[in-house]
Design a protein around this ligand. Structure first.
Ligand code: PLP
Ligand code: SF4
Length: 412
């Protein structure tokens, strides 16, 4: 069995002694139990962790900024050191007092999402795809969350009238080809609710792709049950966008969940965020990307952390991120290579940054005679590329080839 080979390569979660004493293997393996027994209060955390004063102080929530929700599953907590406050996994879920002071660019809504909010729970920023924030609840609240203006609020599935309005908007906009379920974490919804959402969206003819953005495979991988995988297969094509930041998050449990999804025909893409002290080293990104690829997960984006409130201590500089990107170039399989991307604040949209390999001052020639450009590759090899003189021939456009009807026709 592939799963057994996986187990050899991926270690099970260590389960701190506290959890083992309090849970049977069946309880530990239940995503509901993981949600019910999540750590939320200072007392919950003190039972497991030696809290540093910077952490302890964060629970009182008194500072210039409002405290963001605190929560982690026992499973995810067990991946962190109980004694080392600067442990990478611990930095992701454990609040610190730095969060409560103003930073260089604190924005409650860094991506200007409220400007692109045409219907309740919808963010329509790009013409062909829309985000549908189905719930604002997460089983772990990441300290760097970009959507602090929404996440961890009412903690619920969209209200009936909001849900209906959102679906009506999608139905009324045939240019929408993709619906991206986001939040919050859509996989915290029950199978029944999720099945309703997925089938309601599938009924809209012009929607081709459904994406689900979820951190459950990372923080509560027990959620990826056979029933869930079968549900996703039944409304295909569904793409899973997950969010691993560190190789240690790839446990045997996580590997099994990912494996199950891919085996049910759900392609998985990973979106990581560069975080100070968590993964800001090319060797970490490389290890993470290679292990994900082995599990048939495509490393998709490597995001610059958004200037969300209280995240200064977790953000890298753009210069440092570019250096990491350059170190990966050429040494990491193209399949394993994430695209470094910055989401331009105030709703500017995503932009991709790549190392600059062109030696611009050495560009010569004209459009008529052909232009020569000079490049230096990742390992220093320098060479010219000559474009032929301009004589454009247009690609013939055959109406059937570029028609928008194909997906609808395919389904009938
Ligand atoms: C990131 C994002 C998307 C998806 O972008 P892709 O580049 O297609 O992955 C869509 N809508 C919004 C508002 C986004 O922030
Ligand atoms: S899972 Fe996503 S939405 Fe939820 S707290 Fe983490 S970053 Fe924010």
């Amino acid at each position: 069995m592939l799963y057994r080979r996986m187990r050899l390569k991926f270690q099970p979660a260590p389960k701190a002694i506290y959890f083992e004493q309090n849970a049977t293997p069946a309880e530990w393996g239940s995503w509901h139990w993981q949600l019910r027994r999540s750590l939320k209060s200072r007392a919950d955390f003190e039972r497991v962790f030696d809290l540093a004063s910077e952490e302890s102080a964060a629970f009182s929530g008194s500072g210039e900024l409002q405290a963001f929700q605190i929560r982690t599953t026992p499973y995810y907590a067990s991946l962190a050191s109980t004694t080392e406050p600067l442990d990478p996994i611990r930095l992701i879920f454990m609040p610190r007092k730095e969060e409560l002071s103003l930073g260089v660019q604190d924005q409650l809504d860094p991506l200007g999402e409220k400007k692109n909010n045409p219907a309740p729970r919808l963010i329509h920023r790009y013409p062909d795809r829309v985000l549908f924030l189905v719930t604002d609840f997460c089983s772990v609240y990441c300290r760097y969350c970009t959507r602090k203006h929404f996440t961890g609020g009412e903690q619920a599935f969209a209200r009936e009238d909001d849900y209906t309005k959102a679906l009506q908007y999608i139905s009324a906009h045939p240019e929408i080809r993709e619906v991206i379920l986001s939040g919050g974490d859509p996989l915290t919804l029950s199978d029944d609710v999720l099945a309703k959402v997925l089938t309601d969206i599938r009924r809209i003819d012009h929607v081709e792709i459904i994406r689900i953005g979820s951190r459950m495979p990372v923080v509560n991988p027990m959620r990826i049950t056979l029933e869930l995988a079968a549900l996703l297969r039944s409304v295909k094509p569904v793409y899973m966008m997950t969010h691993f930041n560190h190789p240690r998050e790839l446990t045997a449990e996580a590997a099994e969940g990912l494996e199950r999804l891919v085996d049910h025909g759900v392609p998985i893409f990973n979106q990581m965020v560069l975080l100070n002290g968590v993964n800001n080293d090319p060797r970490i990104v490389q290890a993470l990307s290679r292990r994900l690829l082995y599990l048939r997960v495509k490393p998709y984006y490597m995001f610059q952390c958004d200037p969300s409130q209280g995240t200064d201590h977790l953000r890298t500089s753009i210069d440092e991120s570019l250096e990491i990107q350059r170190a990966l170039w050429g040494t990491l399989s193209g399949l394993a290579m994430p695209t470094y991307s910055v989401d331009i604040p105030d709703g500017g949209g995503k932009t991709t940054l790549v190392p600059d390999f062109e030696l611009r001052d050495q560009r010569t020639g004209t459009v008529e005679s052909g232009i020569t450009r000079v490049y230096r590759g990742w390992d220093g090899v320098q060479a010219e590329y000559k474009s032929p003189p301009l004589e454009r021939r247009r690609t013939p456009l055959d109406a059937e080839v570029y028609s928008d009807e194909w997906a609808t026709l395919l389904r009938r």
